[in-house]
Design a protein around this ligand. Structure first.
Ligand code: ZN
Length: 188
């Protein structure tokens, strides 16, 4: 083999390597451009109140429960990420019992898509008795409220978190996971 052929061969090899690099860069560029474009339509600012549809359904829940002779109160709905962090600290770094498993930004409450309810007794106090039958129709009031909520399109906390039963909790996720919400996706 002469020195000239060896150089040509080496050149050819080098060219092939560059081709792959350019292709890789183009692919990365296209991916980045699409990612940016998609992100443009995402709203990463945190909501400051209830989602209008969820607020409407919340009011409907109270109204329909009342029609069945069950008074309920909404003990919590929208919670800012800072308020969520404070709640998360309870039973961990601050005194009290653990009340939530979600840190700030990781609860549907933080996006105005969740609420908690309790039964209300005649003295106007919150009651968390899931067996109470205040309207005396042979059914637990709590489960009647759950049925109303599910009928309105809510998911119930007693059924969505696996082992952790959050009986007072209702949420509407609009098909969005917490991860997607954290990235900035919002319900239409
Ligand atoms: Zn809740």
């Amino acid at each position: 083999m002469t020195a000239t052929t060896r150089t040509t061969k080496r050149k050819k090899k080098k060219k092939k390597g560059k081709g792959w690099l350019i292709l890789l860069l183009l692919a990365a560029g296209a991916f980045f451009a699409l990612y940016q474009l998609e992100f443009k339509y995402w709203d990463r600012s945190m909501p400051t109140g209830m989602h209008p549809l969820v607020a409407e359904k919340r009011d409907k829940l109270v109204e329909e429960a009342s029609k069945k002779g069950i008074q309920i109160m909404i003990t919590d709905d929208f919670r800012s990420a800072a308020e969520q962090d404070e709640l998360y600290a309870k039973g961990r770094t601050k005194p009290g019992n653990i009340v939530t498993h979600a840190e700030g930004g990781k609860s549907y409450h933080n996006y105005g898509m969740a609420l908690d309810f309790a039964l209300e007794n005649q003295a106007g106090e919150a009651v968390w008795d899931i067996k109470r039958d205040g309207n005396k129709n042979g059914e637990a009031d709590w489960m009647e409220v759950v049925a109303i909520g599910k009928n309105l399109g809510f998911e119930w906390g007693g059924e969505i978190f696996g082992d952790f039963k959050d009986y007072p909790h209702f949420q509407m996720d609009f098909g969005l996971s917490i991860y997607e919400l954290q990235l900035g996706r919002r319900p239409k």
